[in-house]
Design a protein around this ligand. Structure first.
Ligand code: ATP
Length: 202
């Protein structure tokens, strides 16, 4: 899956709708300190389903919403949309079978986040899985934060293994295993209830 465009609206310093065209080859973002380069990378991670406010350099997730300046009022929502070239049909069948896939995440104050795939409501989990299977995703080692290299050097072996697993594209399987374990546990509970009922009837 190739990313072709990122659109930010009310996200951090990008108060007005801003498009970042991701052309073939290498895309570089240059600018003075504090102009919003890291915010762009965070927007990419956020639309792919990031749940940790700390990874967005905020105290809570609503901190990604434009907080206002001396001349402009704060916004009530932030939205990031990622346009993906799906002409090779690499997106799972649950997503629209179209050449272009638009994933949109919007956060509204006091309401929270909602996701859409080509205008259809989808769950956060579906979006996270889509990118985890594609070996990208909010935790992808392809997205390198400032200070992340030294963090990795000092990390415990378990955390380093997680990076390798993400790069190998198997982190989606861990998520599925976790869900399967939850289902198994609830089925075991149901079976216990059935045993109770049978015992009462006997
Ligand atoms: P550097 O080169 O120093 O790393 P940068 O280009 O990566 O800088 P960012 O860290 O992406 O810049 O952007 C920081 C700017 O974003 C700051 O001016 C900060 O005030 C602004 N900013 C962050 N969050 C919000 C928000 N919720 N609302 C408005 N502005 C915000």
């Amino acid at each position: 899956m190739r990313f072709s465009k990122l659109r930010l609206t009310g996200f951090k310093s990008f108060v007005d709708p801003t498009d970042l065209i991701i052309a073939d080859g290498l895309t570089g973002v240059v600018g003075p300190n504090g102009c919003g380069k890291s915010n762009l990378l965070e927007a990419l991670r956020w639309v792919m389903g990031e749940t940790r406010a700390k990874a967005m350099r905020g105290g809570g997730m609503e901190d990604v919403i434009f907080a206002g300046t001396a001349t402009r009022p704060a916004r009530n929502f932030a939205e990031v949309s990622l346009q993906i070239d799906n002409s090779e049909r690499l997106a799972p069948s649950g997503f629209n079978d179209a050449d272009q896939l638009d994933i949109v995440r919007r956060i509204t104050r006091d309401i929270g986040s909602a996701y859409k795939a080509n205008t259809k409501d989808v769950r956060a989990k579906d979006v996270q899985m889509l990118f985890a299977d594609a070996s990208t995703g909010a935790h992808s080692p392809a997205l390198v934060r400032q200070g992340q290299i030294s963090e990795l050097i000092n990390a415990k072996p378990k955390s380093r293994r997680r990076v390798l697993e993400e790069a190998a594209g198997i982190s989606g399987l861990y998520q599925r295993r976790h869900e399967a374990e939850l289902k198994l546990r609830s089925t075991e509970q149901n079976l216990l209830r059935v045993d109770d009922v049978i015992e009462q009837l006997a």
